[in-house]
Design a protein around this ligand. Structure first.
Ligand code: MN
Length: 254
């Protein structure tokens, strides 16, 4: 068993180390993580410059790029052998609902999934690393379970959000769907020391669809939320209506 572990908070993040320690003994582990915090970078790849790989004092490798860069480089030439599992996290803060589209943590796992490798993204719901040790035990138990009883269809991609509770490893797991968030809060406009207008992207919106069955709902009740993800963004239910709506336009253009 070979496991590739990445994150988006950077190679020095406590959550990365906790996940690596949690997986100790499960197989051969390679760590390839961003040099700097790359939260919110989604699936971006660095195409405008080359990437450098460094090795830290503890053997972790880090790259001056994005989470997707790290997994992409690892899988497409850097690692001598293909991993059996790609893990990402443990992230400093939740990745639920629409967050998953922006998340570098989810993106790192998704990069493994896109290369046909089962992958799991782990996030702690509240920032600040409270009860990271308990979250690491949850991660370990989940990885052991999917290794013991792997799902029938491969690859698969799981998004796991873990409440910050000292006893969360006894809390139980709920398989959920993504909730929805309201649109983000407005940007925060400030004046730079040189007199220019500068803008901070505002915080994520509150949960909008957080009913039973969602990730927001499960974690609010203290459960570990596990959402199976897919990558196909097609609006399958809308295909027929769009074909009908646009067939006229096509005729008209002739
Ligand atoms: Mn992050």
């Amino acid at each position: 068993m070979r496991i590739l572990i990445a994150n988006d908070d950077g190679y020095l993040a406590p959550g990365l180390d906790a996940l690596v320690q949690a997986c100790s003994g499960l197989g051969e582990i390679d760590v390839v993580a961003p040099e700097q915090n790359a939260s919110g970078t989604s699936n971006s790849l660095t195409l405008s410059r080359p990437l450098s790989v460094f090795t830290a004092f503890n053997g972790y490798r880090y790259i001056n790029g994005t989470p997707s860069d790290c997994v992409h480089v690892a899988l497409t030439g850097m690692l001598p052998r293909r991993p059996d599992l790609v893990l990402s996290g443990i992230n400093n803060g939740a990745n639920m609902g629409d967050d998953t589209l922006y998340s570098g943590t989810v993106a790192a796992a998704m990069e493994g999934f896109l290369f046909g490798i089962p992958a799991i993204a782990f996030s702690l719901v509240d920032k600040g690393w409270a009860h990271l040790d308990a979250a690491a035990r949850v991660a370990r138990a989940l990885v052991e379970q999917v290794l013991r009883e792997p799902p029938a269809s491969v690859p698969w991609l799981l998004n796991v959000n873990i409440p910050n509770r000292p006893d969360v490893d006894g809390a139980g797991v709920e398989v959920t769907r993504l909730g929805r968030r309201h649109a983000s809060e407005p940007v925060i406009r400030q004046t730079s020391p040189r007199g220019d207008d500068i803008y901070w992207i505002g915080p994520a919106g509150d949960a909008r669809e957080a009913g039973a069955g969602t990730d927001f709902h499960a974690t609010a009740l203290g459960y570990v939320s596990v959402t199976p993800l897919q990558v196909d963004l097609t609006d399958h239910a809308g295909l027929g209506a769009w074909r009908r709506a646009l067939s006229g336009a096509k005729e008209g253009a002739r």
